[in-house]
Design a protein around this ligand. Sequence first.
Ligand SMILES: O=C(O)C(=O)C[C@@H](O)CO
Ligand code: MG
Length: 390
Amino acid sequence: MKITNVRARVFEWKGHTVPPQPHFCSNAMDLLWDKGDSMGTFRFHGWTVVEVETDDGLVGIGNVALAPRIAKAIIDQYLTPLVLGHDPFDYEYLWQRMYRSTHAWGRKGVAMAAISAIDIALWDLMGKATGRPVFKLLGGRTKEKIPCYASKLYRTDLGEMQAEAQRYLDQGFTSMKMRFGYGPKDGPEGMRKNLDSVAAVREVIGPDVDLMLECYMGWNLEYAKRMLPKLEKFEPRWLEEPVLADDIDGYAELNRLTSIPISGGEHEFTSHGFRQLLDKRAVSVIQYDTNRVGGITAAHKINALAEVYGVPVIPHAGQMHNYHLTMSTLASPMSEYFPVHEVEVGNELFYYIFEGDPTPENGFIDLDEHKPGLGLSLSQRYLDQFNIIE
Ligand SMILES: O=C(O)C(=O)C[C@@H](O)CO
Ligand SMILES: [Mg+2]
């Protein structure tokens, strides 16, 4: 089997969006004196879809959500010529070819996200060529079903947050993630508002439901050190990305500080990046996203590393490219799940672009043993809501 064509298209949402409110979610821009449109760094309203075609008529589908126009340019100009004419089953060789030939300017960020998209498409092709779902090529079924946690609960009116948390309970979720709205610049009042929001959600869900807390890099080390002891009484399952992804020593310091596990990794790349996080005991939960970290080839290696370090992997975002990895390793106990919703942050777009992502039932998803590849196809339902760039 030989690769004959790579088609990268950018899907930009032009339909209705819910405008995010101030303090909707803390983020890295919040620490600047003029934060401008700080929520702008937090909207992902485009996606790159990659289709890799072969001489026997199969099409593998990959995707990348970061900086989609730049990802497409990297795929078109640099990566496509490296994989054309090759056999998708030589995935490790092709991964190394893409990684090494872009190494001077790639390695992390959008170049690795672009490599991820092609790699995901190669695994989809291998599944389709063998008639097996991707998880059966990785390690097979390690759990009857995948437990998942509902991930939204952005900072809004506390009554609304409580009603949202109640909806997830009613749907059968036994774990959920909420976002902080305030950080260092918001002073003691913001600190109190952060604590009030956790108290409000905990009040509704009770002590026996896991609650995850998301900072999205909107704090700094000093603020996190002050907040962590105050959060202990709420017994969160983890505190996520308290500081910038580059501050690995900061993560390690916080992870030693309290009983609250620190999580991170959705902005880290390749097994090299994760080896650093693991060696320094910087995180107690690993959250790579397969469509950034280096695709399924890289994520599979990180699963093996995480297993020997005894650190659970709970990938960012859910979605099929992550679910297959979670299903196939004991290192991964659970998945994230973004509830289907009007387009707001942009995480929701996956649902509008693809068909085949499973819907949780009572807080669990399952993968179909009989669907070859990733089990995704391009949806026709919302095509008129996208500006599609070829
Ligand atoms: O779900 C997460 O962990 C996030 O950080 C969400 C991010 O993708 C923006 O909402
Ligand atoms: Mg996160």
